[in-house]
Design a protein around this ligand. Structure first.
Ligand code: SF4
Length: 260
C-alpha cells in the first residue's frame, strides 16, 4: 500500500481529525471524538451528499473553524470554496475524497489503521474513542467494504460510531452506529417520517432563545433536547428533536434551512 496519497496530519493521523472545539466538550463525559472530514456535496468532483439542499450546502460546517480561514483572503464561504478558493484544509479534504472514490481499498486500510491508532491514543489518555465518519459528508458507511469485504463496523464492533444524515432510508444499521436525521430546507416530510420511525431529528434554530422556546414548546410534535452541550448524539434521549443553534454561515441563512 502506498501512503503517499495519505500524508500524516494532526497527531500522525492520515484520515481522521482528532476532534474540534465542539467535540472537546465530550471529553468531560469521557469520550474523545475522531472525525473524518471529506469534501461535502460535489466539491471534489464526486458527490458525497446525495440529499444535500441549497441551504445546507451554504451553511455547511465545511467552512467552520480552521477550514474556513484563508491567509490573504479572510473567511471562506461555501461559495468561495465552490468557486475554487481553498486553503490547505480544503485541499486535504478534496484529496481524501478523491482517494475514497478512486482507491477504495487503500482508503479503507488507512481508515482502519487510523481507527486502531485513535482507540489506543484515547485509552492512553483515559478516554473512550468514538467516531464520526461523515463529519462533512453523507456516505452510507454501513455499505463500504475493504479488500476483504469488511466494513469498519465489522472491524470495530465494540467502538461507537455516530453521524448526522439526510438519507431517510438507511436501514439494517450496525448496532454500534447511531444516526440522527438532519432537518433542512425541503426535507421536512422525510424528517417527520424519521421521527415516526423512532429516529431523532436534528434541527438548526436561529439562536439560543429560539432553542429555549423549542425546548419548552416541542417541535414537529416531539419533545426537544438541546444538542449543543456535547456532540455525543448517541447519548441523546430517544425519539426527540435535537436542537442546535445557528453558527457561522448558518446565521445568514435565508433558504429555510434554519428554523426561525
Ligand atoms: S449534507 Fe451535510 S455535509 Fe453535505 S453539504 Fe449538507 S450540511 Fe454539508
Amino acid at each position: 500500500m502506498t501512503t503517499n496519497a495519505f500524508p500524516k496530519g494532526s497527531r500522525g493521523f492520515r484520515l481522521l481529525t482528532p476532534g474540534n472545539p465542539k467535540t472537546e466538550k465530550g471529553k468531560g463525559r469521557g469520550y474523545w471524538t475522531f472525525i473524518l472530514h471529506l469534501a461535502p456535496a460535489s466539491l471534489s468532483g464526486f458527490n458525497t451528499c446525495p440529499m444535500a439542499t441549497a441551504g445546507c450546502k451554504a451553511a455547511c460546517l465545511n467552512t467552520a473553524g480552521r477550514g474556513g480561514i484563508m491567509a490573504g483572503h479572510g473567511i471562506l464561504t461555501a461559495a468561495d470554496v465552490a468557486n475554487g478558493l481553498r486553503n490547505s484544509i480544503q485541499a486535504a479534504r478534496i484529496r481524501k475524497t478523491k482517494a475514497f472514490f478512486t482507491a477504495r481499498h487503500e482508503f479503507m486500510a488507512v481508515l482502519v489503521a487510523d481507527i486502531s491508532k485513535a482507540i489506543k491514543l484515547a485509552e492512553r489518555n483515559g478516554y473512550r474513542a468514538v467516531f464520526r465518519l461523515n463529519g462533512t459528508s453523507d456516505i452510507r458507511f454501513e455499505t463500504i467494504r475493504d479488500a476483504n469485504g469488511r466494513t469498519v463496523f465489522d472491524h470495530f464492533p465494540t467502538s461507537q460510531f455516530y453521524d448526522y444524515t439526510k438519507l431517510a432510508n438507511r436501514r439494517g444499521l450496525p448496532s454500534n452506529y447511531a444516526l440522527t436525521f438532519s432537518l433542512a430546507d425541503g426535507n421536512e416530510a422525510a424528517a417527520r417520517l424519521a421521527l415516526s420511525n423512532g429516529m431523532n431529528v436534528a434541527a438548526v434554530f436561529a439562536d439560543k432563545a429560539r432553542v429555549a422556546r423549542a425546548e419548552s414548546e416541542g417541535y414537529l410534535g416531539y419533545p426537544v433536547a438541546n444538542g449543543d452541550e456535547t456532540d455525543l448524539r448517541f447519548l441523546d434521549p430517544a425519539n426527540h428533536v435535537i436542537a442546535l443553534y445557528a453558527k457561522g454561515n448558518a446565521k445568514r441563512d435565508t433558504s429555510g434551512f434554519v428554523v426561525r
